[in-house]
Design a binder for this molecule. Structure first.
Ligand code: ZN
Length: 105
């Protein structure tokens, strides 16, 4: 037994081609399911600095990446409890939540 050759995978293995072969079908499927699920959810973009306010987005809004997602109930609750919460103008989450657009208008 050669030293250092114990548990390493063969260095000739090419990871990109391996993962492409293994993951092509299943992974794409799961991603589609995730996208459908995320479209039914909401996320809050935390304020970054100073006077900026947290923004509520729909789950599939491309403007921010969320660490976690809220259900519709949780999003409604959050909007109720945090009066300083603002809503994204791009994905317009108030429409799907069934609440009036913040700020009147
Ligand atoms: Zn948004």
């Amino acid at each position: 037994m050669r030293p250092g050759a114990s548990s390493r995978p063969p260095s000739t293995l090419s990871w990109p081609s391996v993962t492409a072969a293994v993951g092509a079908g299943g992974r794409r499927d799961r991603r589609r399911r995730d996208a459908a699920r995320i479209a039914q959810m909401w996320k809050v973009q935390p304020k970054r600095v100073g006077p900026e306010r947290p923004l509520l987005h729909r789950g599939d809004c491309g403007l921010c990446k969320a660490a976690g997602y809220l259900s519709k109930d949780e999003a409604l609750l959050t909007a109720e409890q945090f009066t300083e919460l603002q809503m994204c103008d791009i994905c317009q989450p108030w429409g799907v939540l069934g609440i009036p657009k913040p700020g009147g208008a």
